[in-house]
Design a protein around this ligand. Structure first.
Ligand code: HEM
Length: 402
């Protein structure tokens, strides 16, 4: 079996599940070569991914969580500043504390009615037409609106910012020179406007709270605020979008499961949503860097080596999940690792769950006769997995009365 977990081409029609399987069985901690780097350890078993993600004393999130180092990855070099995603405790803990209270389960639950309204409006926009691009017109709309609401900026601006994150995530080889860097600059330019606005007219929103928050007795400076801003827009955007789009592919490919879900969606959605997270796993990897010499699954890892956790493989590990390649919407327990774990475990996961439920309910219960037209075009990315474009058809229906 040819193994290449680095090449974006390996992801051009979804996760390379056959490669993952071979690696789990034959080389669970595998030395993967890179074209423009020194290579890295690819970790594919659930237990090892779990241990690396929680083992921050041995595996650092600095200097970056991307496979490429910052010098090679211009879009992520911010003159010494970094996002909390790329910090270790105790620095990371202090930064995460600034926004942690905004992302608790009860607060997220309180947002459910508003999210349901947003989901209804999104489906209203397309329902009369009987066709649309599911990725951009439904799945992508929801997270961009939700993050805009959280930050306290207009919904339409959320959509524009979200388009910039797509450019930031696209491999440099397949777009015009420095498009990623320009997109980051545009994002920052917009963020500077937010700083001015929220300082002049503070509101009850996350952007205002961040501007008023202090780490070690000091307020965040502009760049620190802008990095938080970028992280929030970035982290919740195409992750949620891809879950919804790949999730729909999985549901339409398993009609008996879909029928089971629709028969009692209110009660069955929680387990179904968790299974879709496991089955589709939108975030392909997170990288760590060994802080000292260590041994993982018998392999000697040297200080400074890159160690990359493959969440999509961990989520199909038969040591952890029965019949892992089968979609089982009633699966319980389901301790998937699609949101990661440990100190960096997804901060937005409670919000993501509510967004996912809101859209799935609307889409599955209102768009009758839903089907995918042609083959979805998948993102050729080794970082984020999901369709880039996916045309769908359904019986035209009426907008909601609200
Ligand atoms: C289906 C949707 C989502 C998936 C699959 C996902 C997945 C992830 C993963 C894998 C990580 C890294 C965890 C680790 O290193 O162990 C992460 C971190 C993070 N996510 Fe999410 N995410 C989703 C939605 C969201 C949303 C909606 C938000 C915000 C509104 C969000 C905000 C964050 C933040 C801020 C971090 C960094 C946490 C830290 O460094 O402490 N995510 N997410």
């Amino acid at each position: 079996m040819k193994i290449d977990l680095y090449s974006p081409q390996s992801y051009a029609s979804g996760h390379p599940f056959a490669q993952y399987k071979w690696l789990r069985e034959n080389a669970p901690v595998f030395w993967q070569e890179e074209p423009n780097g020194k290579g890295y350890w690819a970790v594919t078993r659930y237990k090892d991914v779990w241990d690396v993600d929680r083992g921050f004393q041995a595996y650092s999130s600095e200097p970056t969580i991307m496979i490429q180092d910052p010098a090679a990855n211009e879009a992520l070099g911010f003159g010494g500043y970094k996002m909390m995603l790329m910090m270790d405790p105790p620095q990371h803990t202090a930064y995460r504390k600034l926004i942690r209270s905004e992302f608790t389960q009860p607060l997220a639950a309180g947002r459910t009615p508003r999210m349901n309204v947003l989901a209804r409006q999104i489906v209203d926009e397309v329902i009369e037409r009987g066709e649309c691009d599911f990725v951009s017109q439904i799945a992508g709309e929801m997270p961009s609106y939700v993050i805009a609401e959280l930050l306290g900026i207009p919904l339409d601006d959320g959509r524009e910012l979200y388009k910039l994150t797509e450019i930031i995530h696209t491999a440099p080889e397949v777009q015009v020179a420095n498009a990623g860097g320009m997109a980051v600059l545009k994002m920052f330019e917009y963020g500077r406007g937010v700083i001015e606005e929220k300082r002049a007219r503070p509101k009850d929103d996350l952007a205002t709270k961040l501007l008023q928050a202090e780490v070690d007795g000091k307020r965040l400076d502009d760049i620190e605020f802008l990095l938080f801003f970028l992280l929030l827009i970035d982290a919740g955007g195409d992750t949620t979008r891809n879950l919804l789009s790949s999730g729909l592919v999985a549901l339409l490919g398993n009609r008996d499961q879909l029928a089971w879900l629709k028969a009692d969606i209110a009660h069955r959605l929680p387990s179904a949503r968790e299974e879709l997270l496991r089955f589709t796993t939108p975030v392909v990897y997170m990288r760590r860097t060994a802080k000292r010499d260590t041994v993982l699954a018998g392999e000697e890892i040297k200080e400074g080596d890159k160690v990359v956790m493959y969440f999509g493989s961990a989520n199909r590990d038969p040591e952890k999940f029965d019949r892992p390649d089968q979609l089982d919407l009633s699966r319980a327990p389901n301790e998937h690792i699609a949101f990661g774990t440990g100190p960096h475990g997804c901060l937005g996961q409670h919000i993501a769950r509510i967004e996912i439920d809101a859209i799935l309910q609307e889409v599955l219960m209102r768009l009758h006769g839903l089907e995918i037209v042609g083959a979805p075009e998948w993102l050729a990315s080794n970082f984020i997995s999901g369709p880039k474009q996916m045309n769908v058809r359904f019986t035209p229906g009426r907008r909601s009365a609200a």
